[in-house]
Design a protein around this ligand. Sequence first.
Ligand code: G6P
Length: 372
Amino acid sequence: SAADKGGWSSFMAKEVSEEPEAVANTLRGRIRDGAVTIPELDGLDDLFTGISRIIVIACGTAAYAGMTGKYALEQWARVPVDVELAHEFRYRDPVLTPDTLVVSISQSGETMDTLMAVKYAREQGAKTVSICNTQGATIPRESDAIVYTHAGPEVAVASTKAFVAQITALYLLALHIAGLRGTLSADEIAVQAHELEAVPEKIAHILATEQERIEQLAHWMGDTRSVLFLGRHVGYPIALEGALKLKEISYIHAEGFAAGELKHGPIALIEPGQPVFVIVPSPRGSAVLHPKVVSNIEEIKARGARVIAIAEEGDVAVLPSADEVLRIPLAGPLFEPLLAVVPLHIFAMGLATAKGLDVDQPRNLAKSVTVE
Ligand code: G6P
């Protein structure tokens, strides 16, 4: 009912507006004076100290959160991480040992593919941690440990606030493991924890300053047939998520690419008028990658692409070649995904709305897929 939506036009609109709280509530009680303490993991150090690798398993949007988490887990905890779709993982005879930690991610905690992969990993002797948004769900019950996201109930089929909460929980887990393994000092952990704590306000800033303009842009693009998304490093999974959201709720062809892969194929798709979202890494945080992505923008612009850049405030290098620039606040490189995804969620919602579609209940999809 309208009351459940709290005055919003859809659950998705409400849930996007709740992205700041989803992050803040997932952090609550887990950072104290710069130290990360996850009470649920008390007494479970053994799950993390002896591991030699991590496999993240999930489906859909949760898998893109997992891909983002890989960068933080490897950089901070110095453990090799593979991210795998749950339904692929289980059927390929994966190598699992007691020093493998399997981290599953699921908003519902009921996705059958993910559940079966967790059960399989456990049977093979791996350790399992579940990141889940639903108290008492099946996947956490089948796992050795649980880190709940506290995004609150998510009703719209396409996941939004749960995604930012999943990345937040993964980053907390990465800092926790880094602390236990001594790969980051207490001071280094405090710096990253502080960055995490700053995220909710930055997301709120994007919603306040860019939402209307993005909705307008989506409205103008109502008859678009295809949209491409480019990103590099942590921007890559965000490009994939931007494309998935568009497929899910606006039924148009959308694809995300790693920006470095452009010249190896996807650039052949660029023709005059093709809209391309480009997630631009910060020039301060990624001095090496920033100019490479800017030159990708120049390459596609030269071929007629309509470029919509998502770039840090003050990044002027994108101005000459981008048709539109959506701004995100300054943040450390690993934290940019939590910000850059927000305009993409708004855009997908705006485009679906412009097409007159039901953003909460897209055709053919279920919120939680409890069959294989
Ligand atoms: C379904 C939903 C997606 C979701 C995926 C994983 O396919 O339509 O939006 O990302 O399941 O769901 P989970 O509950 O496991 O995160």
